[in-house]
Design a protein around this ligand. Structure first.
Ligand code: MN
Length: 231
């Protein structure tokens, strides 16, 4: 195949413990999937799931033990952190039954759904798409993916975020409104899931702003930690 210019490189994420990388296809995200966060954003939590996407090349993959560098994005004065459990899809499919959904999962990672909150709020007011608030460059920092066989019981895990050593967010993953199998079932009824898809599953309460120089440390039981400095 010949192209009029060189095609972009494949976006990929590290896999814990092995040299082979996880090639990324799409990045799906679930909006407000923890009751306390839904309420802090002015909803009841009883609404059906909301999905949005980030471009695959918004991924900011961070190697095990490293501190990633996220440039403070343009146009915002209110850059928010959202710590999230991320599901990495290994086998694609559509109309996947929740009872078998975990068979499609390659592994899990902890990620940050970074948000230009002021721009997202502006778009919400105008009933306009969230792209500018959610889908900007470097908007999806991600730690190494741990294969599900080694991740333990992820539904019993606890997720947390510290900024400069102070705790900002903490929740049991079991507090999600829509569980991982339910998310996969819903998503695959709307889109055909493919190998390499990543799903950010929503953030617990405690979202807030970060500034240049802040160091975010995202953790989830059984998974590699994610450290990112805003630069
Ligand atoms: Mn989110």
């Amino acid at each position: 195949m010949r192209y009029v210019f060189a095609p972009p490189p494949t976006v990929s994420a590290p896999v814990a413990g092995v040299a082979e990388r996880f090639p990324v296809h799409r990045i799906y995200c679930v909006g407000s999937n923890y009751l306390a966060h839904a309420q802090e954003m002015g909803r009841t939590g009883r609404e059906p799931p909301v999905f949005f996407m980030k471009p695959a090349d918004a991924l900011l993959p961070v190697e095990a033990g490293a501190t990633g560098a996220m440039p403070y994005p343009s146009l915002t004065h209110n850059l928010h952190h959202e710590v999230e459990l991320v599901v990495a899809i290994g086998t694609g499919g559509r109309d996947i039954d929740a009872a078998r959904a975990l068979e499609y999962v390659f592994g899990y990672a902890v990620g940050l759904d970074m948000t230009r909150r002021d721009l997202q709020s502006e778009m919400k007011k105008r009933s306009a798409p969230w792209c500018i608030g959610k889908g900007f460059d470097h908007a999806a920092p991600l730690g190494p993916i741990t294969p599900s066989v080694r991740a333990g019981a992820i539904s019993a895990a606890e997720i947390a975020l510290h900024v400069n050593g102070a705790e900002r967010q903490r929740s049991a993953v079991s507090q999600m409104i829509w569980s991982v199998p339910e998310i996969i079932a819903h998503l695959s009824s709307a889109w055909t899931l493919a190998s390499g898809d990543l799903i950010f599953t929503g953030t617990p309460a405690g979202v807030g702003a970060v500034e240049r120089g802040d160091v975010m440390e995202a953790t989830c039981t059984g998974l590699e930690a994610l450290r990112v400095r805003v630069s």
